[in-house]
Design a protein around this ligand. Sequence first.
Ligand SMILES: [Zn+2]
Length: 295
Amino acid sequence: MGHEYSGDVVEVGKHVTDFGKGDIITGESILWCGKCLPCRHGMLNQCENIELMGLTSDGAFAEYMAVKAKYCWNLTDLLEKFETDKVYNLGTLIEPVGCAYNGIFVSGGGFLPGASAVVYGAGPIGLGAVALLKTAGAGKIIALDIVDERLEIAKKMGADHVFNPDKTPDLGKLITELTNGWGADLQIEATGAARRTIPLIESVYSNRSKVIYLGRADSLATVQLNKMVSGAHSFVGSRGHSGYGIFPNIIRLLHGGRLGSLEEMITSIFPFSGIMSAFETSKKRTDGKVLVKVN
Ligand SMILES: [Zn+2]
């Protein structure tokens, strides 16, 4: 297991020229083949031979791991700006934040500065979305989660308003009021609880509202197509974080000090010997991002 990681290069293969011993790197967890038709179209996240680190391929909860150079990105320059530990910590966040980046800016085509946005779910991807929205100039960011602790993190990361849907009656009306009756230009679904979120999404559409769908769910959900057509809304699915300059762009944002709040999402760091406690903590879902420090 383990697919959001950073670490030191201790050895490189004889054909590797871009990395050297001592570099600090992070890597994509989408292990794309580079040969299939989607890959050759540049759609690495839709690779037909996809392997997922930590799921179908060995993950990063290990003292040493072998990873192909083509999936790695160098973090060493960040040492110019941050302490070493912070570079490792930030490095682990690029993968989940990259999924939000892909959804908002690549698959979703971005948004106009000043736009109003609602983020459903304040796990690592939703929190990454909050940070990116703030950085890219969203006018108002509203974050929702059923765990209050996560809402507090969302606030620290740049959300203007946070609400727990379990404790907030008439949430749709409230969001409409907070956007002066206009609604949400951009809605980012990062919960996977579609049956619950879609009715709310539909109640706070602006005109031409864009819904970026990142949550995974194998259940069916109902979308009112008439509403979608009349308001010219769109639903955009998005998977993964590979390609399109996503990793290097996030590294550049970090280097430039433009994603300063990102580290706020790290709420627990466990030693490798305490990895089982890390899983127990993670299961409570009150944390932002739980890290395991291997050594
Ligand atoms: Zn492929």
